[in-house]
Design a binder for this molecule. Structure first.
Ligand code: DC
Length: 335
């Protein structure tokens, strides 16, 4: 048995509006969940206290849901609550993952389920961005775009070609024939550079500082930001980086800025890299992280900076689960 939820709003309180809205809501729930009417054991409707003219349960019966047990109730009047809203809970005899449906003005109740949403997560290296970004993307069944991987791919190309990283002109020239795509396989991002999957190669420690250096240049940033905006405009996604909330998507629905002490961040990166089999010197790694932060936050174009409207979370003393719970709480609060 699963429970599927849904909600919609009507323009005015009259029987015709209620019939139309209930029918559309139920049709959407049926088609998005692939259920048939005889699998719906029961339906419970509630409507806001400004609805008087017709029972939503009766509208459901008229719409053909005759075999289910139907019930309508009225909600209390809540200050600031949604107006003219009908909610429903369907109890369905089927083993499926429910797809809840929010239509009309009720979309604001669950933006994560009904509309497109972009979540921007910025912060310095090792602040936990990518781990929580992946978890949130999974939680909301949306895409995760690792924007750092794109700068890393540019840097890898420059390193492999022996390009002088300090020469903006040479890097700019190199970008002319850059073929960089981001693809997805089993929900995992694959970074493809000039036709080759470089997802692992770009994680090498030598690429980190180089990525920070090439990302200073205008031609690189504009090109990457354009690609990132294209992805974000087409679908719901979580993007992590340095400038998502300030430059790439200043209108993102949710913005977070994660931080942690340099010590904690260096520890995390150390564990991550050693687990992958790299030999790393802790002090050197910490020093590199500090230098990279400095370079990322002092560059002229789109530096690493907290957006004014971003929620700041210091993750130094928090577990991953705590950070994710706090972010979900903030998202739900705003929805
Ligand atoms: O998140 P990361 O460590 O993979 O990023 C590598 C570098 O890329 C980082 O030091 C700065 C740059 N970067 C950026 O300038 N803007 C982004 N949105 C993401 C990364």
């Amino acid at each position: 048995m699963v429970v599927i939820r849904g909600a919609t709003t009507i323009a005015e309180d009259n029987a015709e509006e209620i019939r139309k809205a209930v029918k559309e809501l139920l049709l959407q729930i049926e088609s998005r969940n692939g259920i048939s009417r005889d699998e719906v054991v029961s339906m419970v409707f509630s409507s806001t206290s400004d609805i008087h003219s017709f029972y939503p349960a009766k509208a459901a019966r008229e719409a053909g849901f005759e075999s289910s047990a139907l019930f309508s109730a009225q909600e209390p009047e809540i200050d600031g609550g949604l107006k003219l809203c009908i909610r429903v809970m369907l109890f369905v005899e089927k083993n499926i993952t429910p797809r809840h449906v929010y239509l009309g003005g009720a979309k604001v109740l669950r933006k994560d389920l009904s509309g497109k949403m972009n979540i921007a997560i910025d912060g310095p290296a090792g602040s936990g961005k990518s781990t929580v970004a992946k978890a949130l993307a999974k939680e909301y069944s949306i895409l995760y775009l690792d924007t750092g991987a794109m700068y890393r791919a540019c840097a890898l190309k420059a390193l492999d070609k022996g390009t002088n990283l300090d020469s903006e002109e040479e890097i700019c020239e190199l970008m002319r024939d850059l073929r960089l795509t981001v693809e997805y396989e089993n929900g995992m991002q694959k970074t493809v550079l000039d036709g080759k999957d470089v997802s692992e190669e770009i994680r090498q420690p030598r690429v980190s500082m180089a990525a920070s250096t090439v990302s200073k240049y205008l031609s690189v940033r504009l090109r990457m930001a354009e690609k990132q905006r294209e992805v974000a405009s087409n679908m719901s996604c979580v993007l992590d980086g340095r400038d998502i909330g300030t430059f790439v998507l200043p209108d993102a629905d949710f913005k977070f800025f994660l931080t942690a002490s340099p010590q904690v961040r260096a520890n995390r990166r150390f564990d991550e890299l050693t687990a992958k089999g790299y030999t790393v010197n802790y002090e050197e790694l910490k020093d590199e992280i500090i230098r990279r932060d400095e370079q990322d936050s002092t560059r002229e174009i789109a530096p690493l900076k907290q957006a004014e409207d971003a929620v700041r979370i210091d993750t130094s003393e928090m577990t991953i689960a705590q950070v994710i719970a706090e972010m979900k709480r903030r998202i739900q609060e705003k929805i």
